[in-house]
Design a protein around this ligand. Sequence first.
Ligand code: AP5
Length: 209
Amino acid sequence: MNIVLFGAPGAGKGTQAKELTKKYEIPQISTGDILREAIAKKTPLGLEAKKLMDGGNLVSDDIVNGLVEARLQEADCEKGFILDGFPRTVAQAEALDKILEKFNKKIEKVIALDVSDDEIIERITGRRVSKKTGKIYHIKYNPPVDEKEEDLEQRVDDNKETVMKRLEVYNKQTAPVLEYYKKQNKVYSVDGAKKLEEITKDIIDILEK
Ligand code: AP5
């Protein structure tokens, strides 16, 4: 099961990927998480990526392609994987096809989460992440039972100004990736405005079709 979870920033890719990893026991590969780890460790790559990410811009294709190629060679990807936040440009999608070809694999389905811009802004500005578990919450839609216990933090790029920039970048550089996969008949659209559990069910129905 080699799938791509596709959607605008805040569409719910990370939230749904976590549900699917539990059900199918395959890893979530989030390029955003990998880059944030590099930032936390203050590696040279992390320091370079931080400036771009804080401003809502994309990190270079070469860097991200290299990270994904290395990650896909790890043993836990043998049974499949869920890509979250990658590919984000047509050049990344082309590179991914070439990488997978080397391993005799291919992307089977691209699940596209549809959410309006207004909803995106509300979701991202209300998002909080647990420092302890990495679990994703929303102060209104999905609050934790015990806020203190979870030790919540807000991502640096989760403010309204940066969200607007991220949406602009998404429309210009990432939306065309959907056309790339539509030509390969791999795109399945899901209404991302529904409740979390309903969306998970819709995705599972598509994956098991
Ligand atoms: P990345 O970390 O990938 O961020 P993103 O794509 O902007 O996506 P998000 O993580 O913001 O949102 P999501 O869709 O996962 O939503 P979530 O489930 O959290 O990338 C960050 C940066 O890294 C980029 O800007 C770029 O600089 C760089 N980068 C990463 N990948 C790159 C690449 N391939 N190439 C170049 N640069 C790259 O949900 C959001 C909120 O909504 C949460 O609070 C959640 O609780 C809530 N929520 C989710 N679903 C629902 C629902 N159904 N109803 C109500 N609330 C919901």
